[in-house]
Design a protein around this ligand. Structure first.
Ligand code: HEC
Ligand code: HEC
Ligand code: HEC
Ligand code: HEC
Length: 165
């Protein structure tokens, strides 16, 4: 009963919070003031039907598509807080509105999916319009996770086309 109520609450929040944020932005600032407002994270499976090739390549070759398994294998040796510290990079959009919360609540976002590079995809999934998704990426899109500390530790800096599809 309680979980059901929580589910309904979070669904309601998911739908109405971005919407009302958008309305708020649109009123004083006009369009463009709230680009992320109506856009939510949907997970990589939602991209499969239209981008079969990218989806298959990503699932087959990119370690990101299994990045939750990587951290889960180490969970026993970590405190809960340390484990949560892995989410920022090993899941999709942890700590962001509509992003990963927990394996039980948001299983579709538990790995670092398409949207860690291309941004939230719900609007694009509805419209199929390339204008609605970030397709022009620079290495800036990688640096939040492949930061200088990590590049130093792994002696590895990714190229823009690596690790995707
Ligand atoms: C309903 C079909 C559909 C779905 C679902 C869909 N796309 Fe697309 N997408 C398209 C079409 C059509 C294009 C334009 C033609 C192309 O590049 O394949 C496109 C283009 C793109 C581009 C290139 C954009 C550019 O600027 O050129 C990216 C990146 C992209 N999609 C990512 C995604 C991601 C990530 C998802 C899942 C969150 C997704 N798509 C889901 C139809 C879809
Ligand atoms: C949300 C965090 C995040 C972002 C953003 C990100 N990565 Fe990664 N990337 C990871 C994680 C986590 C792994 C390791 C996954 C594992 O092994 O569990 C990884 C692994 C890789 C690898 C290793 C080989 C492989 O097949 O996975 C390459 C290459 C890579 N990323 C390239 C990129 C590039 C290029 C960008 C930017 C366009 C990027 N990444 C953006 C988190 C991120
Ligand atoms: C700042 C982002 C970030 C955080 C936080 C992070 N990781 Fe990663 N992790 C990466 C990236 C990026 C890679 C891919 C290797 C590289 O280029 O650094 C990776 C790779 C790994 C790998 C090697 C996977 C392989 O396929 O060889 C393991 C294991 C791993 N991480 C475990 C963890 C654990 C456990 C935590 C939490 C305690 C954690 N990571 C926190 C970004 C991060
Ligand atoms: C590690 C970052 C990364 C991830 C994860 C990623 N992509 Fe991409 N994607 C890119 C880059 C880089 C390009 C090329 C952009 C450019 O040409 O400037 C691209 C281009 C695309 C395009 C345009 C056509 C093409 O192939 O060049 C589509 C469609 C696309 N991605 C869909 C997806 C889908 C679907 C997923 C998940 C299954 C995904 N991407 C995951 C980095 C990523």
């Amino acid at each position: 009963m309680l979980t059901r109520a929580k589910n309904i609450l979070s669904r309601t929040l998911c739908i109405y919070v971005p919407l009302s944020l958008c309305l708020l932005c649109y009123m004083p600032f006009g369009s463009g003031g709230c680009e992320a407002g109506g856009n939510a994270y949907v997970g990589s499976d939602a991209c499969m039907e239209c981008h079969e090739t990218e989806y298959k390549n990503f699932k087959t070759f990119a370690h990101k598509s299994n990045s939750f398994k990587t951290i889960k294998a180490m969970k026993k040796r970590l405190t809960d807080e340390e484990f949560r510290g892995c989410f920022k990079c090993h899941t999709t959009a942890y700590g962001e509105p509509g992003g990963f919360k927990s394996e039980a609540e948001t299983p579709h976002l538990k790995n670092a999916g398409c949207e860690v590079c291309h941004g939230p995809g719900s609007v694009h999934v509805e419209t199929g319009d390339p204008e609605d998704i970030d397709g022009q990426l620079t290495l800036k899109a990688c640096e939040t996770c492949h930061n200088s500390e990590r590049v130093g530790a792994f002696h590895y800096k990714p190229l823009i086309y690596g690790g995707a599809h």
